[in-house]
Design a protein around this ligand. Structure first.
Ligand SMILES: Nc1ncnc2c1ncn2[C@@H]1O[C@H](COP(=O)(O)OP(=O)(O)OP(=O)(O)O)[C@@H](O)[C@H]1O
Ligand SMILES: [Mg+2]
Length: 278
């Protein structure tokens, strides 16, 4: 499967180093990290808490707090340009337009004082300024259908606190689909959800990858998520890429002790001989 996916390199992170200002100097969080994402593939980034996964993900769109984060080296090449040095006005055209991002904490990503319909219409209006309110509302409803939301017309007037975590996450995905982004970065998008809803959301992401041809960087600390979704996997440890492999190779023949320990700590993930997985 992996071999069939687009060979075209969409994103290339090259020797990226990111640090934070501390009282006694810079504290490194991402250290000389390189990896690529090809068109249409799902790359999972896995690693223990604090290993630098979110810092790495936020760096791609320069979303780290500018008063404390220092991009101390490297390049992030996307569609021929370096996102790290790109002027801010151009970067704004990449954010949400060419690269979309969804986070674990959908509650803080949605505005608590506006209902879902209004928030979706506002994002849609940015991309379709020519459309009137009625058309934007229909588009919002259509998008909720795409993300398999039940009763979209009943959901649009609701406020974020009136939704379940799974519903909020579907709305975040719907909003990420407004543009024709080529890359979706999803940082722990299902961690707060129960197993059934998690599986539905992951299947939704996989379906969108197939139908829309997008690439997905999926960050997780859950090897079950990796097993279900990944084409390729990067294992993060202490801000470094510890191991990079196809999913098959990672589960069959982990190279480093750290990855072996990760796998061993989740024995139920060992694939069965019939290949049926977890
Ligand atoms: N805004 C910040 N200011 C200072 N240090 C930070 C900031 N954000 C992250 N860090 C530090 O960077 C390191 C990596 O954090 P990061 O959030 O990337 O971990 P993670 O791998 O995403 O963990 P988790 O699985 O818990 O989400 C941690 O040591 C963290 O304390
Ligand atoms: Mg994180």
């Amino acid at each position: 499967m992996t071999e069939e996916r687009g060979k075209d390199r969409l994103l290339s992170v090259e020797r990226l180093s990111v640090s934070f200002k501390g009282d006694d100097g810079l504290i490194p969080a991402v250290k000389d990290v390189s990896f690529q994402v090809a068109d249409n593939e799902i790359l999972c980034i896995v690693g223990e808490s604090g290993s630098g996964k979110s810092v790495m993900a936020k760096s791609i769109l320069r979303l780290l707090p500018s008063d404390s984060a220092v991009y101390s080296g490297g390049r992030i090449m996307f569609e021929g340009s370096d996102l790290l040095t790109m002027p801010y006005e151009l970067l704004r055209k990449v954010r949400g337009w060419r690269i979309s991002m969804i986070f674990q904490d959908s509650m803080s990503s949605l505005n608590p004082v506006y209902n879902v319909g209004r928030q979706m219409r506002e994002v849609l209006r940015l991309h379709h300024p020519e459309l009137g309110r009625g058309d934007l509302a229909s588009m919002a409803e259509e998008l909720l259908n795409v993300v398999e939301m039940r009763n979209p017309s009943r959901v649009l007037p609701l406020y974020p606190h009136q939704l379940s975590g799974g519903m909020r996450q579907r709305i975040m995905i719907a909003m990420a689909l407004v543009s024709d982004a080529r890359l979706l970065i999803a940082d722990e998008p299902t961690t707060a959800l129960d197993a059934t809803i998690q599986s539905q959301i992951l299947k939704l992401l996989m379906r969108l990858r197939e139908e829309r041809g997008i690439a997905i960087v999926l960050i997780t600390h859950d090897l079950g998520v990796v097993h279900m979704t990944a084409d390729r996997v990067i294992v993060f440890k202490d801000g470094l890429v510890e191991e990079e492999a196809s999913k098959r190779a990672l589960f069959a023949q982990p190279k480093t002790d750290y990855t072996k320990r990760l796998l061993n700590s989740m024995p139920r993930l060992t694939p069965r001989r019939d290949g049926d997985g977890i």
